[in-house]
Design a protein around this ligand. Structure first.
Ligand SMILES: [Zn+2]
Length: 211
């Protein structure tokens, strides 16, 4: 079976397993537990269009999850079917950021491509943040300044309450020499952000507004 689960979908499934584990530890009513199970499997199967029997068989054991160990075991079995983010090379990145002179691209060796919906890194010296994501089936690069605000806020990309910072992009205006600035609060820690993403909707909105 080919990988068919995106990082955001994997995170969504993980969230459903947590709901089941919490349910089993706090609810005794069999009917309520049954309802929780039905809801979990329904939500998970709904993530996918044209799901095959084989894929269904992989996902259906979610209803058996009773505790944390169980959940971890189930999630481990899904991992081989997670679609990795398109592995990008330093060269591709430079092509995606043509306007950036002296672009500092970090070593990507330790990136776990299965754990990300977008790639991001900071250049601390210039207070810049770079983001690579898929948008409309194409890879695209965003760059902006990033300033941590040292408090929690709702992240524009993952929609969760996290330590955030202001990501500010600048676009050329319609009148020559003018610029439009756009700012969004996004997670300071992009690894945490990627682990929070349970749908690509907000990420897509963010890209369409920032590009
Ligand atoms: Zn976030």
């Amino acid at each position: 079976m080919e990988p068919f689960i995106r990082n955001d979908q994997y995170n969504f499934i993980k969230k459903q397993t947590q709901t089941l584990v919490n349910g089993h530890s706090s609810v005794n009513d069999i009917a309520v537990l049954q309802a929780l199970k039905s809801l979990a499997i329904e939500r998970v199967l709904n993530l996918f269009t044209d799901i095959s029997n084989e894929q269904k068989q992989l996902l259906e054991p979610i209803v058996e999850i009773k505790d944390k160990d169980h959940a971890e075991e189930f999630l481990l079995q899904l991992k081989p079917y997670v679609i990795p983010f398109e592995e990008v090379t330093q060269q591709t990145i430079k092509k995606l950021m043509p306007k950036v002179k002296k672009l500092k691209v970090p070593s990507l060796e330790n990136t776990d491509w299965k754990d990300i919906s977008y790639l991001s890194w900071d250049d601390k010296g210039s207070q810049k943040r770079y983001i690579i994501a898929r948008y409309n089936h194409k890879l695209m690069g965003l760059q902006g300044t990033f300033k941590p605000i040292n408090k929690k806020g709702i992240c524009t990309i993952c929609n969760k309450l996290e330590e955030v910072g202001m990501f500010m992009t600048e676009k050329k205006g319609t009148v020559q020499g003018t610029f439009t600035k756009r700012g969004n609060y996004i997670c300071q820690d992009s690894q945490a952000c990627n682990a929070n993403i349970t749908s690509l909707d907000k990420l897509n909105d963010f890209i369409s507004l920032s590009r």
